[in-house]
Design a binder for this molecule. Structure first.
Ligand code: HEC
Length: 358
């Protein structure tokens, strides 16, 4: 589908989409403050009324809106988990299942003590995020009747078009343009064949790189073998085989790098905190924790602190979750050794400066 075909429905419906008066209130519950703030800002900018909480108990302490509302809740939380919060809300007389007025959407990420179901949610979105139906299957509960799903299809097309139309944010700090120009040359000879080119005559090859070549953690790719993706593609989600998907190679796609400064931590499993670390495979941190909102302008990525092993005082699950441990299954930070011989520190600095301009 060309850009025109994608944009036209958006232009036609944009007004209606943006000024819906009856948007439900959103109740966000997320203990990671930076995620909470980012989600809140995003939802506010889309015109929702948002109530944000970093602790589940705080939700139980307030009077909740009686009108239609959507609860967006993290699964792993201190005090009680997201599912327990929904149960507690039900005891409070608020139906927190898929019946009106409240509906619930869980947000989660791959985690040490994740369940198979949570993992499937966090992983699948990347593998087959190709049409609005992929968004639908995760945002509408399983108990939703068929008519309601079909009635919402047009709205989801709008949402999907909107998601695709969002431009990556510009790097907000100063850029050394002369250094960036030098980095552009390093990029062209070492990275462009997989990640594409930017600026005039931009080209994105959408290349899927085999696991044996990219060498990053294989768990996600192996958990969703080609046969399974094919199965999804042939059903309702894949519009009965109508979505273009590349089934030839089992590996990871080389993602476009515009706005990459804002996408840290890096790789599909978020195992590498900065671009400098990505470009320095031998000394990537094996255990690390990020600061709440700090940004590392030199290394380009989240401000982080590294450890050889999990600190002894991190004993309970909530504390442990603050540390990324690369020895956990699916969390490896290995691979992506490009170019194989590595880059000099000077070239890394220049390349990082160039990436800031994308
Ligand atoms: C042979 C193809 C190939 C080359 C060459 C290559 N990459 Fe990649 N790159 C990939 C693939 C595939 C991934 C996804 C790997 C994953 O997520 O496990 C990736 C991931 C990345 C990511 C992480 C993206 C994100 O959103 O987390 C960055 C940043 C990146 N590459 C930068 C570079 C830079 C800079 C160079 C040049 C020094 C480079 N790559 C060279 C294939 C390549």
């Amino acid at each position: 589908m060309g850009v025109d075909a994608i944009m036209r429905p958006l232009l036609r419906r944009r007004t209606a989409f943006l000024v819906i008066e009856t948007k439900p209130a959103l109740i966000l519950v997320e203990d990671d403050l930076s995620v909470l703030r980012a989600l809140r800002r995003l939802m506010l900018s889309a015109g929702f009324k948002v109530m944000a909480f970093d602790r589940p108990r705080a939700v139980l302490d307030i009077e909740l809106p009686k009108t239609e509302a959507c609860l967006i809740v993290d699964v792993h939380l201190p005090e009680m988990n997201g599912v327990q919060l929904c149960e507690a809300l039900q005891k409070h007389g608020v139906s927190a299942l898929d019946t009106a007025p409240y509906s619930v959407r869980f947000v989660t990420h791959c985690d040490v003590d994740r369940s198979g179901c949570e993992r499937a949610i966090s992983v699948l979105q990347d593998v087959i995020a190709k049409t609005h139906r992929d968004v639908m299957q995760f945002t509408m509960g399983y108990s939703m009747p068929r008519e309601k799903i079909l009635a919402n299809e047009e709205t989801f097309k709008d949402i999907y078009t909107w998601i695709n139309a969002v431009e990556s944010p510009k790097y907000p700090y100063p850029i050394d343009q002369a250094l960036a120009r030098r980095g552009g040359i390093v990029y062209a000879s070492n990275c462009a064949k997989c990640h594409g080119t930017y600026g005039a005559g931009a080209h994105y090859p959408e290349r899927v790189v085999a696991l044996s070549e990219v060498g990053t953690d294989p768990v996600r790719a192996r958990d969703f073998p080609v046969a399974f993706i094919k199965h999804l593609d042939e059903g309702w989600v894949g519009q009965y085989g109508q979505t273009p998907i590349n089934l030839a190679v089992n590996g990871y796609i080389a993602p476009p790098l515009d706005g990459i400064w804002a996408n840290a931590p890096y790789l599909h499993n978020g195992s590498v905190p900065t671009i400098w670390d990505l470009l320095t495979p031998a000394s990537r941190p094996s255990v690390w924790t990020r600061t709440d909102t700090g940004y590392d302008q030199q290394k380009l990525g989240v401000e982080s602190k590294s450890f050889d092993k999990l600190p002894d005082d991190a004993t309970d699950p909530v504390q442990k979750r603050r540390y990324y441990q690369t020895n956990v299954r699916g969390f490896s930070n290995q691979g992506h050794q490009f170019p194989p011989q590595g880059l000099s520190d000077d070239n890394k600095r220049a390349l990082i400066e160039y990436l800031k301009t994308l």
